[in-house]
Design a protein around this ligand. Structure first.
Ligand SMILES: [Zn+2]
Length: 475
């Protein structure tokens, strides 16, 4: 310690040494300060169940090494759920990074408004070079401010209307809405563009249509052989039409301002990008038509061992006739939903699955490729078949050449379940069944190479993957 009171001033050498030490200390500190200042501005990803560092690095277009170094981690560190990782290489972005499937109506502008970021940052974050690359179902990365309040979509600004009127109706501050939506002035709001406003709960659709409260497209991303659903909340007497590359499921008005349409995707449809058209016609105005592209992913189907079956069951005349009768059976769309909640397996245990939906297969060395239109549940645990969900038995068809003894249940809204190769029926045509009711017994009739239940779900005549229905609730 230096005592100034007795005027024993330090010698110049001591001062220089002290300065030198001080400089060393500052130099020593600098890199650390620079690093922590840098991580402050990096966006954060919160580790989710099932994540690996490789997944995370790939998702955010970076490397494991770069993530390690940005987070001062070593390879020995385990990645636990909830860990906050700084993600390097995304300068200008901040907040919590999340991934979602691009919803209907998504544009760089609407996503940027919703997440309060700049469209240019989003484009960079997602390597998007053209707005046309924002297909529905594409995985996109967004960054949200952790402390920001949730937002909901503002009702559409109509031609001749301004954000000022909408703000007045909601008793909201129009300038705040403008600022949140990156508009310099409320009068710059465009008709039918999508704007967001702070709300108690997030309900962030991205497509604003007059008279329509919400539009939801479900079961994204679309996959070969899967089910898709469009749910619309709208005013009374709204005419709605959907068309996914030629598949046009009718909308059923459930009577509570809720409209729903179920669609099936053919398991043989090539993965790619397809147009989805939605058209809304309010009772008092013209139609509002909207087209956006949707990503169709592969169903990753397996290939079954070549099968040897009774040649009669692959004979064209038999197959075509039976298919025709069957297609007519499952085509009407009942305008009520008979089922509620989750469906259950129609037979015993899932350990019994003999063949999955969509498997590519050939019969009797015939070069024609078939695909498996249902889920085969084996004979291993029991012989009872139970109704997986409530519905109405619409057909009891004994001795079909291909399908054997077959039962068809209408669950409403265009959704049918079908049971093939049965040994015995326990229900009659026209009977209503409840979930869990005994409907028959597993057999080995028709085109079958051993006792099993072929369980199929058809939507507007298209067989879809039953496993989806056994693992999530529709609509
Ligand atoms: Zn089968």
């Amino acid at each position: 310690m230096i005592d100034y009171t007795n005027r024993n001033l330090p010698k110049p050498g001591v001062v220089l040494t002290a300065l030198f030490v001080l400089i060393l200390v500052i130099l020593g500190l600098l890199p650390h300060q620079a690093a922590s200042a840098q991580t402050q501005t990096l966006p954060v990803y919160i580790v989710q169940s099932g994540d690996t560092l490789t997944d995370i690095a790939n998702r955010f277009y970076t490397t494991i090494d770069a993530i390690m170094s940005a987070n001062n981690r070593t390879s020995a560190d385990a990645l636990s759920i909830g860990t906050r990782l700084y993600i390097p290489g995304l300068s200008g972005m901040k907040g919590i990074l999340t991934t979602e499937y691009a919803p209907l109506g998504a544009s760089l502008t609407s996503l940027a408004r919703r997440s309060q970021t700049q469209p240019a940052h989003l484009a960079k974050l997602n390597r998007i070079t053209s707005p046309s690359e924002l297909y529905i179902g594409r995985q996109i990365i967004l960054a949200f401010d952790e402390n920001a309040s949730p937002v909901e979509t503002l009702p559409s600004v109509l031609a001749g209307q301004s954000l000022l009127e909408i703000a007045a109706q909601r008793r909201a501050n129009p300038w705040q809405i403008s600022e949140n939506n990156q508009l310099s002035d409320p009068i710059h709001a465009l008709p039918r563009d999508t704007y967001f406003v702070a709300a108690d709960h997030a309900s962030a659709g991205s497509l604003a249509v007059p008279g329509v409260k919400s539009i939801e497209i479900n079961n994204l991303p679309f996959r070969q052989g899967n089910t898709w659903v469009v749910k619309v909340e709208a005013e009374k007497n709204m005419q709605i039409a959907a068309d996914f590359d030629g598949v046009k499921p009718p909308f059923v008005d459930l009577g509570t301002g809720n409209y729903v349409a179920f669609g099936g995707i053919n398991a043989l449809k090539n993965p790619g990008i397809y147009p989805l058209t939605l058209e809304f016609t309010p009772s008092d105005s013209g139609a509002y038509r909207f087209v956006q592209y949707v990503v169709l992913n592969s169903g990753n189907f397996e290939t079954d061992q070549p099968l040897q079956v009774d040649p009669n069951t692959i004979e064209d005349s038999n197959v075509i006739n039976e298919n025709k009768v069957f297609a007519e059976l499952v085509s009407p769309v009942s305008n009520q939903q008979f089922w509620t909640g989750q469906w259950i397996y129609p037979a015993a245990d899932y350990d019994c699955i003999r063949s999955f939906f969509g498997s590519r297969r050939t019969y009797n060395d015939d070069p024609r490729l078939y695909y498996h239109t249902g889920l085969d549940l084996g004979y291993c645990y029991g012989i009872d078949i139970i109704a997986p969900a409530d519905g109405k038995v619409v057909a009891v068809m004994p001795d079909q050449v291909v399908r054997g003894n077959t039962l068809v249940i209408d669950h409403g809204l265009g959704v049918y379940s079908v049971y093939m190769h049965m040994a015995k029926f326990n229900v009659e045509q026209g009977q209503m069944v409840k979930q869990g009711d005994l409907i028959g017994e597993i057999g080995n009739t028709g085109r079958s190479v051993g006792p099993h239940l072929h369980f199929e779900i058809d939507i507007n005549g298209i067989p879809v993957n039953p496993l989806t229905w056994l693992t999530r609730v529709f609509p």
